[in-house]
Design a protein around this ligand. Structure first.
Ligand code: NAD
Length: 247
């Protein structure tokens, strides 16, 4: 604990990489633990692909909503782990959070520099005319469509594409992650199995940067724990509470 505090104290520019484990204590299940979303039904992965959306846009949405209805309800609150990161920013540190989560909880906790690598569940866009829509519109109908009027006055009507990055879509903000990593003195990895590319390459790449400290907080071991200066196998919310963070 004291060693972790001292690493935090010395760090001025922190790059944080988070995954689903960051939000399990907010009540959102992760993907790969027992009972996780993919563990329960592997065919869901196929339906959440760009290919499936492009070929069956109207079938895609009911499946997407079934899978993500909990997260779309907006009823989740940040846990102490999210608040710890927001607190570090309040202390004057530069904290850039790159999250694989689509739940919006880092922003809800007050962190200002949040990069959603896998997009967001809150918004969608029209593939035909680019019009953008937020959550209330996506929830109005089972299959959300573009309601913008074209030049001829007709409603566009194209099925919207979620801003969540689907399997086969490009991950976002990765160039920024590497720019920030180059200037950082601490990489903090929290609640990710590091099984999904390209996030899985980050710890190894960070090891090539001289002077970079690396800490991972994850309940269970990951394949690259040996690359870190400090490995903490605890729940992030409970760990943050032990550092004095309260909701
Ligand atoms: P993952 O399910 O592969 O791994 C989560 C890791 O977090 C596991 O190793 C688990 O042991 C650990 N963990 C679980 N609870 C924890 C806690 N309280 N404290 C610390 N560690 C904990 O998740 P991942 O690596 O993020 O996988 C990537 C995919 O999962 C991404 O595509 C992401 O979009 C998606 N996802 C996001 C959410 C969300 O938005 N909250 C939820 C589920 C999945």
């Amino acid at each position: 604990m004291e060693a972790f505090k001292s690493i935090l104290h010395e760090a001025q520019r922190i790059v944080v990489l988070t995954g689903a484990g960051m939000s399990t204590e907010s009540g959102i299940p992760d993907f790969r633990s027992a009972g996780g979303i993919w563990t329960e039904d592997a065919s869901r992965m196929e339906a959440m692909s760009l290919d499936y959306f492009l070929s069956h846009p109207r079938l895609f949405w009911p499946k997407f909503k079934e899978l993500f209805q909990m997260k779309m309800s907006g009823s989740f609150e940040p846990n102490e782990g999210h608040l710890l990161l927001a607190e570090l920013e309040k202390q004057g540190k530069q904290v850039d959070i790159f999250t694989q989560n689509i739940d919006g909880l880092h922003k809800k906790a007050g962190s200002r520099h949040v990069y959603e690598l896998h997009g967001s569940i809150q918004t969608a866009a029209c593939p035909a005319c680019g019009a953008r829509y937020d959550l209330p519109h996506l929830l109005e109908r089972e299959v959300p469509e573009c309601t913008a009027a074209g030049n001829n006055g007709d409603i566009c009507g194209t099925v919207l594409k979620t801003d969540v990055v689907l399997f086969g879509d490009a991950v976002m903000h990765f160039d920024t992650l590497y720019e920030k990593l180059d200037q950082a003195d601490l990489l903090l990895v929290i609640g990710t199995s590091l099984e999904v590319a390209p996030a899985r390459f980050v710890p190894e790449d960070a090891s090539l940067i001289p002077g970079m400290k690396k800490v991972i907080i994850n309940i269970e071991p990951t394949y690259c724990d040996s690359l870190f200066d400090m490995v903490i196998h605890q729940k992030i919310g409970a760990f943050a509470r032990s550092l004095g963070i309260k909701k």
